[in-house]
Design a protein around this ligand. Structure first.
Ligand SMILES: Nc1ncnc2c1ncn2[C@@H]1O[C@H](COP(=O)(O)OP(=O)(O)OP(=O)(O)O)[C@@H](O)[C@H]1O
Ligand SMILES: [Mg+2]
Length: 211
């Protein structure tokens, strides 16, 4: 298994993929709080004219639907996303006509809701960076995701560091510290175990030095 340990290596790989002459879709995955969204932003900043970020998080079910399904208490679990919708979007991104914008939804953490049609993917953009927890999950509609991605990178971070960052982020978005810890232990961590088991299907393991 190939391991990357520096952003320089990843940037070089991005340059190679973006110059391949056809659209490439790469996926970043890993446990909650491992740094998927942050790394996606770094890579996008390296190639802003050539790439776009399409987050799996855009396919979070709306809170009203989670309430109807009685799943609001485990938001972030594999069955709290419209996985079939995400797969359909990836297919469209592969087959998009040369003169058509494909719109992707984004997830707004401030309101914890997805917003449809927020991200335009222009036909000339060669590199799509998608990121999320369940890209390599071999269950339900998620199973179809792997074949629609050119490469999947798994971000491997020390669990203690990851959990500390996760709690800090929950606090930053309005949870009390104790509540944040309880949410991480009861919801994020069971998902982390499931996601860790998918690492074997990745093309590349990303293990960056902490800053
Ligand atoms: N290399 C880093 N050094 C320090 N902090 C980081 C680093 N990468 C990410 N973080 C912080 O850790 C937290 C989690 O990172 P991020 O949101 O990118 O993870 P994620 O994998 O997208 O999480 P989720 O699965 O919940 O979407 C954020 O608050 C982010 O600012
Ligand atoms: Mg994220």
């Amino acid at each position: 298994m190939t391991v990357a340990t520096s952003l320089e290596q990843l940037r070089a790989r991005i340059d190679m993929l973006a110059a391949s002459g056809r659209r490439r879709i790469i996926g970043l995955t890993g446990a909650p709080g491992c740094g998927k969204s942050t790394l996606a932003e770094h890579l996008f900043a390296h190639a802003p004219e050539r790439s776009v970020i399409v987050p799996m998080d855009g396919y979070h079910l709306a809170n009203v639907e989670l309430a109807r399904l009685a799943r609001a208490g485990r938001k972030g679990a594999e069955d709290t996303f419209d996985s079939a919708g995400y797969v359909a979007l990836l297919r469209r991104l592969r087959a998009a006509p040369a003169d058509e914008i494909v719109y992707a939804p984004e997830f707004r953490r401030e309101i914890e809701e997805p917003i449809a049609g927020a991200i335009p993917v222009f036909p000339a953009t060669p590199l799509v960076i998608t990121e999320g927890n369940y890209l390599l999950l071999d269950r339900g509609h998620w199973t179809a995701v792997r074949a629609l991605l050119d490469e999947v990178w798994y971000i491997d971070v020390n669990p203690e560091v990851r959990m500390r960052r996760l709690v800090a982020r929950h606090v930053r978005f309005g949870r009390a510290e104790a509540q944040a810890r309880a949410w991480v232990a009861s919801t994020d961590e069971p998902n982390a175990v499931l996601i860790a088991a998918t690492q074997v299907r990745a093309d590349l393991i990303v293990r960056l030095e902490p800053d």
